[in-house]
Structures are given as C-alpha cells and as structure tokens.
Design a protein around this ligand. Structure first.
Ligand SMILES: Nc1ncnc2c1ncn2[C@@H]1O[C@H](COP(=O)(O)OP(=O)(O)OP(=O)(O)O)[C@@H](O)[C@H]1O
Length: 276
C-alpha cells in the first residue's frame, strides 16, 4: 500500500493549471520533487493537505481519504513549506508549547536534540531569526512528533552547505532506520544524488516522470558534438557549449551519429528537457 496515493489532482489558477497530477509514495522511500520555478511543486504539495483547495482529484494518505480524516492524517505527517511566518513576536518556546498540544506523539527529547543540532534558542522570536533559521525551526517542529510521512517544500534551499549536509543525513537515517517516507522539493540536484530513491518531475503543471532516480538517469545519454549538430529528431534540447554543442538522447535511440556519448547527470537531463 502506498503511504500517499494521488490521482488526477487538478488546480486551476488564472494563468496556471495543475493537470491530472497522479503519483504514489512507497513506504520507506525518499522522493525528490523537481521542476522549474513555477512548474507547480508548491501548489501540488499545498493541495495535498488542503492548504490550497484543489479543483479535483483523489488524495489518500495511509490508505484513508484525506477528506473526512484531516486531523488524524495531519497528526501522522510533518509538513514544511518555508520558514515559520506566524507569531513573529512570540518566543519559540511559546509557539512550540502551542504546536505540541496538537500532536499526541510529541517527543520532547527529539525536539530538544533538533533545536540543539540546528543551533536554535527557544528564547528568540521568529522576527529575530534569519530565513535559514526559520526553516530549521519549522523542520525541528515537523521532525519531533514521530511523523510517518514528511512533506517538505525546498527544505534545504536557504541552508548553508554544512547544515544542508546534516539535514540530508537526518533524512537518510529517518528513512533507512525508521522506515519514514519523505517527499521533498528541491532545485539542488546534488541533494537528490545524495539521498533520493525516486524522482517526481513536474513540467508546466504535468508530471513528466515518476520513477526510480537510477532508472530515470539510465534512460538518457548526453551527446557531444564537436562541430555542427546533425538534423535528428531524436536529439532533445540542443544546447550550444563553449566548444561545440550538446543534446540529450534516449538510451534506446543510440547511437547519435558523430557524437561522443556520456552518462547523463540529473541537472543535464533537466536542462536539456526544459529546452524542448
Ligand atoms: N494563489 C495563486 N494565485 C494565482 N496563481 C498562483 C497562486 N499560487 C501560485 N500560482 C501560480 O501557479 C504556478 C505554480 O506555482 P508554484 O509555486 O506551485 O511553483 P513551484 O514549482 O513551487 O515554483 P518554485 O520552484 O519557484 O518554488 C505559478 O505560475 C504561480 O504564479
């Protein structure tokens, strides 16, 4: 059974549409949610928990429909989208005291460990925190109630490299040791190379790929051309480089004539695919 099953999720804004987004998350896996700015990642994540009201679709958490079981489902989930932006003048301790009442499984020991690891002082207010520290505080709250599913929107983007690496280590140990399931969006492809099992790739509001990261990457090669690029419909997203050109080719379409072929990294695949 999927921990999260999403079917035909739709949301229409004036100039953007999320179209029939469907995917599932298997227990104990890390899925990286990728796509360009404005592709629909935040809209999708917020729609899952009704922070944005979807126009249609079916969302099941832990086999249960979200509608009608919101409280029970939310208690089993850790959700972070940006840093804390409410109660700017309240001390973190007061915010934590309010938050923990919502979670029967609240773990004070884990909370204190995360606060210490993230270097956060409970006597401060959100207004006195940097943007990265606000995200860390949101993460500390989300990680301290034994959530079974973590949904994080760009959790690493404002963090310094050391904190980012520490957070990815936390993600890995939560997933490998405790069987937690994690979906997080990111623009930092090395985050995914470090810890993602699967990728969910969204483009213009539609899911382009939902598969194991290794299989996704194995599906492509980068073709390098020293001179002119031959006319070939199989070449994806031709890009001019300092010397020559590159394009993506599907592994099944090999070989591209006159090209030097190499393995494709996630960033290369995205850059070429987004040129189409
Ligand atoms: N409340 C809203 N009203 C109208 N349009 C919106 C609203 N929220 C988001 N959008 C539009 O929906 C599209 C998708 O936005 P979304 O924030 O989901 O993208 P994203 O993939 O998370 O981008 P980023 O990587 O920049 O965070 C954008 O074109 C955005 O302008």
């Amino acid at each position: 059974m999927d921990v999260l099953a999403v079917k035909n999720l739709c949301k229409k804004y004036e100039s953007f549409e999320l179209r029939n987004v469907s995917f599932g998350l298997r227990e104990g896996t890390v899925t990286g949610f990728i796509g360009r700015n404005g592709a629909g990642k935040t809209t999708t994540l917020k729609s899952l928990l009704n922070f944005v009201h979807p126009d249609g679709g079916e969302i099941r958490f832990f086999g249960q429909e979200f509608v009608g079981h919101e409280l029970a489902v939310k208690q089993r989930i850790g959700f972070v989208s940006g840093g804390i932006d409410y109660y700017p003048m309240k001390k973190l301790k007061a915010i934590t005291d309010v938050t923990k009442r919502f979670y029967p499984q609240w773990d004070g020991g884990a909370y204190r460990r995360y606060m210490k690891l993230f270097g956060l002082d409970e006597r401060k207010t959100p207004k006195q925190l940097s943007e990265g520290m606000k995200v860390k505080y949101s993460l500390a709250l989300a990680l301290s109630h034994h959530a079974e599913l973590l949904l994080f929107d760009e959790p690493t983007s404002g963090l310094d490299p050391v904190s980012r690496d520490e957070l990815l280590d936390i993600f890995l140990s939560l997933v490998r040791d405790e069987g937690i399931t994690l979906l997080f969006s990111t623009h930092i492809t090395t985050d995914l190379e470090k810890c993602a099992d699967n990728i969910l790739y969204i483009k213009n509001g539609e899911i382009l790929a939902d598969m194991a990261l290794d299989d996704f990457l194995a599906g492509y090669k980068v073709a390098r051309f020293a001179g002119d690029v031959p006319r070939d419909d199989r070449l994806i997203g031709i890009k001019r480089e300092r010397s020559g050109c590159t394009a993506l080719v599907r592994a099944g379409d090999l070989p591209a004539e006159g090209a030097e072929l190499s393995d494709a990294g996630l960033e290369e695949v995205m850059v070429h695919m987004e040129k189409e």
